[in-house]
Each structure stands twice: as C-alpha cells, then as structure tokens.
Design a protein around this ligand. Structure first.
Ligand SMILES: CC(C)(COP(=O)(O)OP(=O)(O)OC[C@H]1O[C@@H](n2cnc3c(N)ncnc32)[C@H](O)[C@@H]1OP(=O)(O)O)[C@@H](O)C(=O)NCCC(=O)NCCS
Length: 167
C-alpha cells in the first residue's frame, strides 16, 4: 500500500491520506484523484439540473480501507467525512465524489452514507455536492502562492459558497 501510494503521488495520479493510531501505525487510508462522469451516466433527475457538457467534473475515491482490527468503530465514516470535507474545501470545483466499488457489500457502505448508484453501473456510486438554491455565496479575496513559494502580487477573487449558511 505504502509503495503504491508513494508511486501514485509521484506520478500525480492519486493523493493518499492516512489515519494513524497513537503509535503512528496506519489504521486506515483513502486516495483521491480528479475524474469525470459522463453526463449520460447520471440519473435523469441529476442530469437535468446540469449544463449540457459531455462530462461533469468529479473527484474519485480510488482506494479506501480500514484495518480489520479497527473496523466497526466509526473510523470508516470519519475517513469518508474527511475525504468529502477535503474535496468540498478545494478551490477547484467538482460536481460529485465518485467511487468504483468491488462488490455489493462495499456499495452498501457508500449507500448508507448517501451515495447514489449510477443507473447502468450500480457498483459505481456518486455523491453530488450541489448546494440548495437558497444557500449564500460569498466573495473571498486572497493572496496566491506560486508552487515555488513566491507570493503573487495580484489579488484573486474566489466566489465560493458559504456551506455553513442555511444549508
Ligand atoms: C468499508 C469500510 C471502510 C468501513 O469501515 P468501518 O470503520 O468498519 O466503518 P464504520 O465503523 O465507520 O461504519 C460507519 C457506518 O457505516 C455502516 N456500515 C459499515 N459497513 C457497512 C456496509 N458494508 N454496508 C452498510 N453499512 C455499513 C455502519 O453500520 C455504521 O453505521 P452507523 O454510523 O449508522 O452506525 C471497511 O469495512 C473496510 O475497510 N472494508 C474493506 C475495504 C472496502 O470494502 N473498501 C470500500 C471501498 S471499495
């Protein structure tokens, strides 16, 4: 797992996040990567609210597991919540989180947490992030740091949703 995660991170095909216990042993992990969902794969009720682009942007939760000895104690739910919060905090928009599950048992875990099966591929599920129409939007002003650590002098406006408001 560690080797795969490091390789994926180097190639920038997935980012890995881990949960550590008191002894810094890895007891759970998940990976996130950019993805897209063809518009036609979504249920009609979700599709009709979206612009007619061929695909909508998404974040894929590629791998996700909790150490067997730690299962059933809420760690899986906490890791999933962390992944969702991390994705929603990102400044680059994504319509949904998607997961490709290996079997019905894993799919049931995601359904339990509000994910919806794609109509033609029920083991692939998605969780839309769209906010209700009445939720407030705010303009954030922030400085930007270039990858080299140089602070860019311009200021950038980011219109983001205040998800704590009236959700
Ligand atoms: C799926 C997995 C990550 C869940 O982790 P976990 O720590 O055991 O789950 P939690 O204890 O946090 O469970 C949280 C909730 O999900 C529910 N749940 C757990 N597994 C479930 C399942 N297979 N189906 C439906 N609900 C499930 C629990 O009952 C609990 O419900 P509650 O909050 O209403 O009480 C873990 O079982 C695992 O690592 N499985 C093997 C790998 C895997 O299947 N990964 C999934 C991606 S393919």
């Amino acid at each position: 797992m560690r080797e795969q995660a490091v390789q994926d991170a180097r190639r920038r095909v997935a980012a890995c996040f881990v949960a550590l216990d008191d002894t810094r042993r890895i007891v759970g992990y998940y990976t996130l990567a950019s993805a897209g969902v063809p518009l036609t794969a979504l249920p009609p009720e979700n599709r009709k609210k979206l612009p007619r682009y061929p695909a909508v942007p998404a974040v894929r939760m590629g791998r996700f597991a909790v150490d067997q000895a730690c299962q059933g104690r809420g760690l899986g739910a906490a890791l999933l919540a962390d992944a969702i919060a991390r994705t929603m905090r990102a400044e680059i928009a994504s319509y949904a989180m998607i997961v490709d599950t290996k079997d019905e048992k894993a799919a049931a875990f995601y359904r339990h947490h509000g994910f919806i099966s794609l109509p033609d591929t029920p083991l692939m599920l998605f969780l839309p992030f769209a906010l209700p129409n009445h939720s407030e939007m705010k303009l954030e002003q922030q400085e930007s740091q270039s990858p080299a650590g140089v602070t860019l002098t311009g200021r950038f406006l980011n219109m983001s949703a205040d998800i704590s408001a009236k959700a």
